[in-house]
Design a protein around this ligand. Structure first.
Ligand SMILES: [Zn+2]
Ligand SMILES: [Zn+2]
Length: 108
């Protein structure tokens, strides 16, 4: 095993290295290295690693929101379509068969 004390930070030449980034195989000081998902990575590799899933997640969220809006519009359209068709069917039966008028008059 290599002695870390002899190594210097990749970014800070005057600082002692505390860990080695497994991604870029460079030594880094305490300030430059970060723990991410139980893995020790340097700031540059972490940024590289974090950028892709974040964009993917944001894109997915946007797509999901778009799908939700579309579904909402579809439900709203269906709702008003059903109400509209129901409202259209009611006057049609009222007007076509004048039974309700005759029946109502005959009863009197
Ligand atoms: Zn790295
Ligand atoms: Zn450093």
């Amino acid at each position: 095993m290599q002695n870390l004390a002899d190594k210097r930070c990749f970014n800070h030449a005057q600082r002692e290295a505390v860990a080695r980034c497994p991604a870029c195989i460079q030594f880094f000081c305490r300030e430059c290295i970060t723990e991410h998902d139980d893995r020790v990575l340097c700031a540059a590799c972490l940024r590289k690693l974090a950028r892709v899933p974040l964009l993917r997640r944001r894109g997915f969220a946007r797509a999901f929101r778009g799908a939700q809006v579309m579904l909402g519009l579809l439900v709203a359209w269906l709702f008003f379509y059903l109400i509209g068709s129901a409202l259209l069917s009611i006057p049609a039966s009222f007007h076509e068969g004048e039974l309700w008028q005759r029946g109502w008059l005959d009863k009197r």
